[in-house]
Design a protein around this ligand. Sequence first.
Ligand code: GLN
Length: 283
Amino acid sequence: MKKIIAILAAVATVAATLAFAGCTNNEVIDNNEVVEGEVKEGENAEGDAIEGETEKALTVAEGKLTMATNAYFRPYEFYEGDKIVGIDAEIAEAIAAKLGLELVIEDMEFNSIITAVQSGAVDMGVAGMTVTEERLKSVNFSSSYANGVQSIIVKEGSAIATVDDLCAEGASYKVGVQLATTGDTYSTEDFGEENVVRYSNGNEAVLGLAGGDVDCVIIDNEPAKALVAENEGLVILETAYADEDYAICVAKENTELLEKINAAIDELTQDGTIDAIIATYIK
Ligand code: GLN
């Protein structure tokens, strides 16, 4: 099982707390960040302060805040016509506005987001991304802006009625997941490589379930609800598989941007903007 370690980032202390996850209590990092380096006076994430910062290449494209996402993850990011909308898109838009920057969204495979952030192709990843110990080795995470739950989707009448059936000693079910998500890593740990089938997105995983290639799909709860609503004969188990925190990932060296994003998240949490955005999409 994963072991929680206290991770000291350059400017942030990540307080790790345990939540339940998977069959055997995989541990989930609660990314309760305490930013030690205060934003300096006049640099409180408002537009005027940031203009100076963008000159120092705060972001990869001047005047812009470039976000990587995978836009097949309703209601966090999805296409409405050719526009990407959703909870993450709106929160990112609100953060960009606070920073005096124009938001640019780049859609890519979920599996490519961390590399894009690390390599400086984009400024941040906003993709319903769970904070994990493994990912914290590659990128920093902002304060959490939402909670996530890994749910289990099965066909109606499935022999898997609860998470315990799936995790029972001797049980041997094929589990469909989205490649490189926490559903993938936890399932691989719990059920073994040979029992996990990886799809590039939730739609494909659900098609695999409908076609009998897998016995269940483990995926974040809100996308699960959308997938079950769009596909007949599927249900979400009442018992969940894991509890998680979503946050924005930023390159390790860009601590200045991370601080500004955290300051913006803080303000948007306190003034109710983030709750209001979430409430628009999750009833
Ligand atoms: N929350 C999951 C993860 O971070 C899935 C995210 C996603 O598919 N966009 O791995």
